[in-house]
Design a protein around this ligand. Structure first.
Ligand code: AMP
Length: 296
C-alpha cells in the first residue's frame, strides 16, 4: 500500500499561536471550576490511564529522509504530542478535584519515550508505564497494547489525544474503545464526571457544532484542542518526577504481536505551492477564479 504522508499539512497546535480571542476564551474556561471539590469522606479510588505519545515537536520543520523511508528524527526536538498534553491535563484536573485517586501515563515506543513519561510525571502523573518497542507501532498495535494494559491496571477512564501530530491517524482511541467494548467520546471539549452515577458527560466538537454524549464508565475519551490549557511542569515537580516509578513492559509480555498488516512504502513531501498573487479588485479575483483556476 502506498502511504503518502502530507507532511506540510501536519497540524501546528500551539495554543500560543492561536489568535488572541482564543486565549481569552481558553483562560476563562480553564479558570472555571468544572469538578466538585474534594470530599474526603468520599475519597475516590478511580484510576485514570492516559496514553502519551512522543512525537516530533510541533514547531520543527519536518524533513523527509533522503531515502524516503520516513521523516528525519535524528537531532530533531521531540516532545509530548500536544493533544496528549491536553489529555493528561484533564486527567490531573479530575484527580485534583477528588474524583480520581491515581493518574498513570503510558507511552509506547523506543527508550527515549521515558523522557516523555518524565515530562508527564513532572506535570503531575503518579506513575509511568513504558512499553518498549524499536519498530514502528501502528495504531491497531498501540490499541492492542493499551487494551492489555487496561486489563492489568483496570482504569475507570482511558484518555488519549484525538490524534498524534506525526501520523495524524486519529484512530487509536476509537480502536481501543472497540477492542475493549467500552463507550467512547472523541474530540472532547468538555468533560463532566458524575462519580455516583458512574457517568461522564462529554461535549464533543463535530462539524455542525457541539454534541453532548453521556457515557457509562469505564470509558474512552479522546481530547480536542479547546478542552483545557495544559500546565507547565515546575522545577520542583521536575525534580520530584525523577523518583517516580516507570514500569517497563515489552509488547510480548502483554501478549501483543507487533507485526502489522500495514507497510509504509514511501514518504514524500507534498508538491511545492506556487507563490500567490495580490489582486487589485473583486472583479479581478472572480475573473481569475473563473478563467485561470476554473473553480467557479
Ligand atoms: P493516532 O490515532 O495515531 O492519531 O493517535 C491518537 C492518540 O493515541 C495519541 O494522541 C495518543 O494518546 C495515543 N497514542 C498513539 N500512539 C501512541 C504511542 N506510541 N504511545 C502512547 N500513546 C499513543
Amino acid at each position: 500500500m502506498l502511504m503518502l504522508l502530507n507532511l506540510l499539512e501536519i497540524t501546528k497546535l500551539s495554543q500560543n499561536e492561536l489568535p488572541l480571542p482564543y486565549h481569552t476564551k481558553l483562560d476563562s474556561l480553564s479558570s472555571r471550576p468544572r469538578w466538585r471539590a474534594r470530599d474526603d469522606n468520599q475519597a475516590s479510588t478511580m484510576r485514570i490511564m492516559v496514553a502519551i505519545k512522543r512525537v516530533v515537536d510541533y514547531a520543527v520543520k519536518i524533513r523527509v529522509k533522503p531515502d524516503k523511508t520516513g521523516v528525519e528524527t535524528n537531532n530533531v526536538k521531540m516532545s509530548m504530542n500536544p493533544f496528549c498534553e491536553i489529555a493528561l491535563e484533564e486527567a490531573l484536573r479530575i484527580k485534583e478535584s477528588g474524583l480520581a485517586s491515581e493518574v498513570v501515563a503510558v507511552s509506547m515506543g523506543p527508550s527515549q519515550c521515558v523522557d516523555t513519561l518524565r515530562t508527564g510525571l513532572a506535570m503531575g502523573a503518579d506513575r509511568g508505564i513504558h512499553v518498549e518497542a524499536t519498530s514502528v507501532l501502528y495504531s491497531l498495535t498501540v490499541a492492542k497494547i493499551l487494551k492489555s494494559l487496561v486489563e492489568v491496571e483496570k482504569p475507570g477512564l482511558l484518555f488519549l489525544g484525538k490524534q498524534a501530530i506525526d501520523d495524524d491517524c486519529n484512530q487509536t482511541g476509537q480502536m481501543v474503545a472497540g477492542l475493549l467494548s467500552w463507550p467512547q467520546a472523541t474530540f472532547a471539549s468538555k468533560v463532566v464526571l458524575d462519580k455516583e452515577k458512574q457517568v461522564a458527560t462529554v461535549d464533543r466538537e463535530v462539524d455542525g457544532g457541539l454534541e453532548t454524549l453521556s457515557l457509562d464508565l469505564p470509558a474512552v475519551i479522546t481530547t480536542d484542542l479547546r478542552l483545557n490549557q495544559p500546565r507547565y511542569a515546575t522545577l520542583p515537580n521536575i525534580m520530584k518526577a525523577k523518583s517516580k516509578v516507570i514500569k517497563k513492559y515489552t509488547p510480548q509480555e502483554l501478549n501483543v504481536d507487533i507485526k502489522s498488516d500495514l507497510e509504509v512504502i514511501q514518504v514524500t513531501e507534498p508538491p511545492k505551492r506556487k507563490a500567490g498573487v495580490i489582486v487589485s479588485s473583486v472583479d479581478e479575483l472572480i475573473d481569475k477564479l473563473k478563467n485561470e483556476a476554473h473553480v467557479i
